[in-house]
Design a protein around this ligand. Structure first.
Ligand SMILES: O=C(O)CCC(=O)C(=O)O
Ligand SMILES: [Fe+2]
Length: 204
């Protein structure tokens, strides 16, 4: 299948300035997306996330997993993790987003939020192991959730809904100027999985 066989209602840039973040909408059919959701629930080695906050080791409710092309180690929130090898499902999804976007990725952080009480606070993904200004692709399965961006200095807010089977691509200087979060909500009672594909720069 060529790039041009796919037609999406892409929003080229949801940000008004200081970065490029494209929303491709649903890149998988409802049926495909639900199939991937079920596979990822059972195939992925989900673990509670651990973070060191104010010198204390805490466990988050959100579950995570870390996969990659090599057994990369990845440090965030003061903890180092080692990537598991890709499985068939992840390679399929990775292939699809690479063909759509023309970008390549060598690792993926997966998040499982059981319901709206679980989210992720404002942060940017400019970790030192990542390629500078490398694209970060976030694919969503399951419950639709709101997603917010906040500019680091102007405090401008941008909000969108991440649909089942959708792709959001943060590129260029987005991480440098904007924070993003998955806000919690009492309205959502179903689980959501996100896959955030990244590029680890081994020379760093
Ligand atoms: O779940 C999401 O869509 C966001 C995840 C995220 O920001 C991250 O893993 O860094
Ligand atoms: Fe993030």
């Amino acid at each position: 299948m060529s790039l041009f066989d796919d037609h999406f209602d892409i929003i080229e840039n949801i940000l008004p300035y200081d970065g490029v973040t494209s929303y491709y909408g649903k890149i998988f059919s409802e049926e495909e997306a639900n199939g991937y959701f079920d596979k990822l629930m059972t195939e992925i080695e989900w673990k509670s996330d651990e973070a060191v906050i104010f010198g204390k080791l805490i466990e988050t409710k959100r579950k995570v997993a870390w996969y990659g092309s090599e057994s990369f180690s990845y440090t965030y929130s003061g903890r180092t993790k080692t990537a598991l090898p890709w499985n068939k499902t992840l390679l399929e999804i990775k292939g699809k987003i690479e063909s759509i976007s023309g970008e390549t990725f060598n690792s993926c952080l997966l998040n499982l939020y059981q319901n709206g009480s679980e989210g992720m606070a404002y942060h940017s993904d400019g970790e030192k192991d990542l390629k500078d200004n490398g694209a970060i692709s976030s694919v969503s399965f399951g419950a639709e959730r709101k997603f917010n961006f906040k500019h680091k200095t102007t405090k401008k807010l941008v909000s969108l809904i991440l649909e089942n089977g959708s792709l959001l691509m943060m590129k260029d200087v987005t991480q440098k100027f904007w924070l993003h979060r998955l806000p919690t909500t009492t309205k959502i009672i179903k689980p959501r999985i996100s896959l955030t594909f990244r590029t680890i720069d081994k020379s760093k």
